[in-house]
Write a protein that binds this ligand. Structure first.
Ligand SMILES: [Zn+2]
Length: 451
């Protein structure tokens, strides 16, 4: 064991840089997609304090958050596997239906009268008209109709500036709760998700959509990008009509949720907001846009695949594969796909013909396991460290937050004697958390226990 003075001291400054995680453990739950009673299995942790860089690391290991709840699904043991997907924003080309949605919305904002008068007052040159017809410019399509960018020449007829039909404004604000946001959210859940909203109280809404990652304001002088959780608020004639909840990470923008006024449903806010968020990523220099999980069996999710080029996280190797014909075909054939594993299998099959039957027997034996009762390490959950890998992390040095003070794991009474693979022991619980979080986050976090 390393002497205790060899490890990093956890003073207040170091403490502020750490993300905090409370382990909740592995659980089976009902599936929201195929409605099976306990079809989905995930590892859960909760937190009120996660740094955007650490969250990015987690997202790239298959995690996602729902409010203050963080989870990583066991794709091999779930009926509707949740694949992490991301779009490379610099290569994005909007499809025809996407361009149409934004053009339609822009026309509505400006209105026929404004469009007619402005064409008369500030006529476009033939070249301008031609280039507009041939090239779709995402950034100008997204921003052109925001009120501050709308041309308002003085109309000689009225002697007043020409006004668009609607005043449309979009602002990024911190993810604080407000009455207007909560009212809009209730209206959305009732009409769009047909939910009985009597169960939603302000505090639940706050936990779900207003308690995200630690925020950092953008800073032009040191090139610091906006980080953390934000609300992109859409206002029409001064009234809040949509809120997109966004997690900004060092290299990517992650769409958390969008809720909008159901009266505007036919404008396709799903498409409009995705294009606006891609534009934001392009402008501010984030490389990726994460649209949440991709669930191949869910028809409603397929639209996400129409934003291209889209990549899917391989659950085993945690590398990215293009969501193209080959992957789609594999997903059509079976719910759980890991192309890296398929390639490995193909290699072994070449050298030994019996490999296939071996894997099958193994899968059958595993299916018998009651996965909530055994240690996570016996489940071979994809994208999770093995016992040996966890042992190499030197868990005794991991920070522990107990009643507001930082300790190290081996300050716990009996730590030495506990077993890593005993899911009932504190060490076992901590080891499962470490295995799912991965080495980078373990080094930069503290575990919250007994609070
Ligand atoms: Zn399902």
């Amino acid at each position: 064991m390393e002497p205790s003075d060899a490890r990093e001291p956890i003073d207040a400054e170091r403490g502020r840089q750490l993300s905090l995680f409370r382990p909740l453990g592995y659980q089976r739950n009902s599936c929201g997609y195929c409605k099976s009673k306990d079809g989905s299995a995930s590892y859960y942790a909760s937190s009120l304090s996660v740094r955007p860089a650490h969250y990015e690391e987690l997202v790239n290991r298959g995690w996602r958050r729902s409010g203050t709840l963080y989870y990583k699904q066991n794709l091999r043991r779930s009926c509707c596997p949740h694949y992490t997907m991301r779009l490379e924003v610099s290569a994005y080309k909007p499809r025809r239906d996407q361009r149409k949605a934004i053009n339609r919305w822009n026309k509505f904002i400006l209105g026929p009268e404004y469009i007619r008068r402005v064409a008369y007052l500030c006529p476009k040159t033939r070249e301008e008209k031609k280039s507009r017809k041939c090239n779709f410019d995402l950034l100008s399509a997204v921003h052109g109709v925001e009120y501050s960018n709308v041309k308002r020449p003085v109309d000689p007829k009225t002697k007043r500036p020409l006004e668009p039909a609607h005043r449309f404004e979009v602002n990024i604000e911190g993810d604080a709760v407000s009455q207007a946001k909560f009212d809009l959210f209730l209206k959305y859940q009732t009409k769009i998700h047909k939910e009985d909203v009597s169960k939603w109280q302000t505090k639940d809404f706050k936990r779900f959509l207003c308690s995200g990652l630690k925020r950092t304001e953008p800073n032009a002088t040191d090139g610091q990008r906006r980080l953390g959780s934000w609300h992109q608020c859409y206002r029409l004639d001064g009234k809040l009509i949509a809120v997109a909840v966004l997690d900004m990470m060092p290299n990517g923008v992650s769409s958390v949720y969008i809720f909008y006024d159901p009266d505007y449903e036919h404008w396709e806010f799903g498409k409009l907001s995705a294009m606006r968020e891609i534009a934001l990523a392009v402008e501010d220099g984030y490389q990726y846009y994460y649209m949440g999980y991709y669930i191949h069996s869910c028809q409603k999710m397929r639209y996400k695949g129409s934003f291209r080029p889209q990549y899917i996280l391989d659950p085993e190797s945690q590398t990215w594969d293009p969501l193209d014909g080959a992957l789609t075909k594999a997903l059509d054939a079976k719910p759980y796909v890991s192309l890296s594993q398929d390639r490995q299998c193909a290699d072994t099959t070449k050298s030994s013909a019996s490999a296939d039957t071996e894997t099958e027997t193994e899968t059958e034996a595993e299916a018998e396991i009651n996965d909530v009762e055994v240690s996570l390490f016996d489940l071979h959950m994809p994208g999770v460290l093995t016992v040996d890998e966890v042992k190499r992390l030197n868990l005794e040095n991991w920070a522990l937050l107990v009643h507001g003070s930082f300790l190290h794991m081996d300050d716990l009474v009996g730590w030495e004697k506990m077993r890593v693979d005993d899911p009932q022991s504190v060490k076992g619980i901590i080891a499962e958390l470490a295995a799912t979080l991965g080495p980078v986050v373990v080094r930069n976090s503290a575990v919250v226990l007994f609070d």
